[in-house]
Design a protein around this ligand. Structure first.
Ligand SMILES: NC(=O)c1ccc[n+]([C@@H]2O[C@H](COP(=O)([O-])OP(=O)(O)OC[C@H]3O[C@@H](n4cnc5c(N)ncnc54)[C@H](OP(=O)(O)O)[C@@H]3O)[C@@H](O)[C@H]2O)c1
Length: 303
């Protein structure tokens, strides 16, 4: 297996690449796509209550013929239908048709109600009961992780965060904080430079590194994430892409490759900030001109 498992701070292990079900929808299609991922070697499924396809994950798992222990299942407390953490995990277990989930995450800090310590104590209880093997969080920043650690009896094993080269500057400190405290970072939407921000500065290093290694740009991004020490949470509807994701675990990026992607990511982030400032200035100027025009029309002298 090119992507090794990573040891977590509670003694369990997590496969370092996951197949995510966020965008798959419901019905037979996601079942087939999850089946496809399992059949080519993915052994980590990442779902959430809000993705509304835990049922499909469970069906695909049973159809795969794999034993429960062979597949690592993550689901997330998403506050679906206003239900609490305990009720929600029991619904997830029933939907998935399993006796336990490997990892249960609080999907977002805003769901940690009435506050982070109280919500986390509920997660700790579920781990104690054995209904979940490990507990963690998602989308927590450093400050929120610190609040959690200040009150936790059991440390979170993982924090799943948005992570790609254009946001490295803001997200790297979260990864570093996690490393310092034994909390693994899981990265989602790593392929954003290809899917949502194509044409940016990261394209050039991706293209040249991919050409040199006879690989695809998406494989280079996944290899970059692996080099950053995060667990990759990705997805694809296409078999050949999924196979490529798995073999990306064997790609050896040089220090220069990683530095080139980091630097291009930073340039892209700066360009985006400048664009946003210019856009805000343009909108403010237009609003100002409109207000002045209106005042003039109404005979109000504001100058
Ligand atoms: N915790 C959270 O808040 C959170 C938030 C978002 C996501 N997630 C998790 O992370 C998983 C992955 O999220 P994501 O879908 O945003 O991840 P991603 O890995 O960045 O993107 C996957 C998508 O990239 C497309 N793709 C791959 N190579 C491409 C290329 N060369 N050009 C254009 N498109 C390409 C694939 O399309 P094809 O299907 O066409 O191959 C696929 O739809 C989710 O399913 C979910 O489990 C968690």
């Amino acid at each position: 297996m090119p992507w090794d498992s990573v040891k977590l701070n509670d003694g369990t292990s997590i496969p370092s690449i996951a197949f995510g079900t966020w965008t798959l929808g419901n019905g037979q299609t996601p079942i087939d796509q999850i089946d496809q991922a399992l059949s080519i070697g993915f052994n980590h499924l990442d779902t959430a209550q809000s993705y509304r396809n835990e049922l499909e994950v469970g069906i695909a798992l049973r159809e795969s013929g794999l034993s429960r222990d062979d597949v690592f299942i993550t689901t997330k407390y998403s506050g679906l239908n206003g239900l609490d953490i305990e009720t929600s995990i029991h619904n997830s277990i029933a939907n998935l048709g399993v006796k336990y989930v490997d990892l249960y995450l609080i999907h977002h800090p805003r769901l940690a109600t009435p506050d982070i310590p109280t919500a986390w104590a509920k997660m700790e209880k579920l781990k104690e009961e054995g209904v979940v093997k490990s507990i963690g969080v998602s989308n927590f920043n450093v400050q929120q992780l610190q609040i959690l650690l200040d009150h936790a009896k059991v440390k979170p094993v993982a924090n799943q965060i948005f992570f790609h080269p254009y946001i490295l500057e803001t997200q790297a400190p979260i990864v570093e904080f996690g490393n310092h405290h034994g909390i693994i970072s899981e990265a989602y939407s790593i392929l954003t430079p290809l899917t949502h921000q194509p044409g940016g500065p990261v394209d050039a290093p991706l293209k040249s590194i991919a050409a040199r290694l006879n690989a695809k740009p998406e494989q280079i991004l996944l290899a970059w994430a692996k080099a950053k020490g995060v667990v990759a949470v990705t997805s694809s509807t296409k078999k050949d892409r999924l196979e490529g994701y798995l073999t990306a675990g064997d790609l050896e990026l040089t220090t220069e490759d990683i530095a080139a992607i980091d630097a291009a990511g930073l340039v892209g982030a700066r360009q985006r900030t400048t664009r946003q400032v210019v856009q805000r200035f343009a909108v403010a100027s237009l609003v100002g001109a409109a207000v002045l025009g209106l005042c003039g029309y109404m005979g109000i002298n504001v100058l």
